[in-house]
Every structure is written in C-alpha cells, then in structure tokens.
Design a protein around this ligand. Sequence first.
Ligand code: HAM
Length: 425
Amino acid sequence: MANRFQAPKGTRDLLPPETAAWAAVEAVARRVFGLYGYREIRTPIFEDTELFTRGVGAATDIVGKEMYTFADKGERSLTLRPENTAPVCRAFLEHGMDRLPQPVRLFYIGPQFRYERPQKGRYRQFHQIGAELVGGKGAESDVEVLLMLVRFLGELGFRDLRILINTVGDAASRRAYREALRTYLLPLREELSEDSRRRLDTNPLRILDTKSREEQELLVGAPRLESSLTPEAGTHFRQVLSALEAFRLSFQVEPRLVRGLDYYTNTVFEIVSEDLGAQNAICGGGAYEGLIEELGGSPTYGVGFAIGEDRLVEVLPADSLARRGAPRPVLVAPMGAVGEQVESGVRVVTRIVEDLREAGVAAIESGARGGRLFELAEKLGAPAIVFVGEDELVEGTLSVRNVATREQEKLPKRDATARLRQFFP
Ligand code: HAM
C-alpha cells in the first residue's frame, strides 16, 4: 500500500466545526477595525528575502534562524513572510500611499511562516490578524491602535486581558541604553548563555528577554532603560500611559519587555493569556519610526499589532459568540415514493429543498429512514427534520420535527418555513 501523506510538521488542517470560529473571529475583526477606519490589505505570501533582513533585522531570531528562504528558478532569494509589518510598509511605499492623506490605516488577516520548534500554540504556518497605522503622530496613534485592539478582544468576550507595555525609547535613547547595558554585562560575559553572548555584540537589549532563571538573576542589577530615555521619549510614554488610564484600559508596565523584532521604537506591548501555557502571547505590537526610512521612504511614524489567530481561537471564552458557529442544515426526508417523483424535469424534493434555501433555511436532503434518520440528525447537529410524504405533497404542507424537543407538527408550507427560519438567526 502506498504511504499516505500528512500535513508537513508544524502545519495543520483547520477543519469544521473549528473553521466556523475562525470565520466568526475574522468577521468581528473586520467590523471593529472598520469602526476605526481601517481597510484591508493583502500582500504576497513571499517577498524578497532582503525585505526581512533589513526590516526585521539581521540579528533577530526570526531572520537568523526561523525564515523559510529559498531560491526560485530565476535565482531570486525569496522568503515566506514570517510577519507582515515589513510587507505592509513595502506596499505602502511601492503604491505611493505616502502621498495619500495621512495616516493610512490598514489591516490584514493571513498566514505567516516561521521555522520554530512546534509545540502547543506554536506552528510553522500560523495566522495573524494585524493592523498598521502608518504616517501617524506618536502617542495619539499608539493609543488609537490599543483602543481598537482592546475593543476587538472585548467584543470576542475576553474580559480580564492585561496589556503589558513598555518603551524601548527612540533611536538616541536606545543607543545610550545599549552601551549602558553592555558595560554592565561585559564583566558577566562568561556566565551568559551562548545565545546571550552573541547578543551582547549584536543586540544586547534582547538579553533582557531571556527565559533562563540564572540569567534573569544576573540582570537584577542591570541599568533600566528609563535612565537612558531622552526627554521626548519619556514624554511620549507618559502620554500613552495617561491616555490608557483615561480610557480605563488595564495595563501593566513591564520594564523587561523588548520584543523580538528590531524595528520597534518607543511604545511596545504584548497581550498574554494565562490559558495558553508557555506560548502565552496572543498579541504583540508597537511603534516603528525607522522602518519606512530603512525601506527607502522618508521618516514616517508607524504603529501596529498582530494577533496570533491560532492562539486566539484556542482561548476564546466559553461564552464567546464566535464559538457558536453557523447553525447546521435541517434534513429534508422524502417519504415513500416522493423521492422519485419528478415534475418539469426536476425531482420534487430538490425543488422543496431549494425553496427552503431561498427562504434562508439551510437544508440538505437525506435518504435515511426511520431510526437512522434521527441518529443522523443528532450526529450532524441538524435542528430539525422535514418530512415530505404523499399527504404533504397533496396538502401543500410540511411535517417539521424539532430534533431537541422531539415535537412534530404538520404545517402549511409557509408556516413551516417561518418556523424553520427561527433556527437561522
Ligand atoms: P510577533 O510578536 O512576532 O509580532 O507576532 C505576533 C503574534 O503572532 C504573537 O503574539 C503570537 O500570538 C503569534 N505568533 C508568532 N509566532 C507564532 C507561531 N510560531 N505560532 C503561532 N503563533 C505565533 C509581529 O509579528 C509583528 N509584526 C507585530 C506588529 C505589527 N508590530 C507592529 N505591527
């Protein structure tokens, strides 16, 4: 027997009924983002590799270890997008969106690819729902995207999510801080992990993100970024925090939060869920003042976030409307010879089923009979069974059986249809 195939490691098939929750989550995203004036952008799934090396940063884990990079038949180096902020900024420049009224508000929904060790909540193909506000004005823009993010999660039924927030300062603050941190860590170099020793030279801020207990202890006495902040960067952060307070958003300043992408400046944030285990971040984001310039544009303020949709769906609250999914079709069962009856070249049952759909009732025909029909209805989650026998045809009625209550009624077709409609709000 030939070997069967499996989805590649780290990828998975999304199947019904779970796909209904995905679609519902995406519908809420579109509606809420629309309230804030965001419109959808769809960029290619692969890009020039250099977009990410330059945009996300050559020293990051994403670029250093996790990219799906390949040469196409024309010898171009391409990469499956590991994230979508750099592609959106590339498109912003490519299509002259810098000449549109600013800021430009965009959102996206789609797959991203990172070669990471698969585990619960971590996949090699995962999905993000993200938004970018490009060409905005500092703190005010940060607050807008945070309000939108929290409204979206609130509408999905999340109640106690807390925003972890920090500032990584502007370019000048970062330069000063990088030096201060290096000076502190150099004498401790031998005690650091290999990864951290490498980061000491490339990107010392990332060491703050360490998961190792020993390293966290070494960091207890490390200088804080706060002490290197320029006055402008300090003001920016205070403005964001006071606006969040004014809107009563719950947040926690997390001085160690630095994020794993190099483009961030000033505000960075994450939202974590206790229900997720080790891979607990459902959303990450922040501002990026240098990215558009890095990609060849003029200095432009950008800020945005991306939510991991896989993780989001996994921890949807039990009472979230998005969990409910679309109702399943009713079963239409022709009785006796009705199943074979043809009128004007069309089976009579086919016409009845199609009339129900026309009226907004999801319906499929079933050839099952008797006890098997009820079993099938329960298995499929059909809310009702519609019987069509000779009598019903003659009378212009339908017999409707409610699967949950087991009550059965014979009703004129119009009334039966109205009754069935109630299952499909
Ligand atoms: P990120 O923190 O790398 O940020 O990813 C955002 C979210 O994507 C994470 O919080 C997580 O929920 C999800 N995620 C990341 N990797 C995986 C994975 N391997 N499996 C499942 N979920 C994953 C960014 O990507 C930035 N582009 C966010 C941003 C937008 N910043 C500004 N604008």
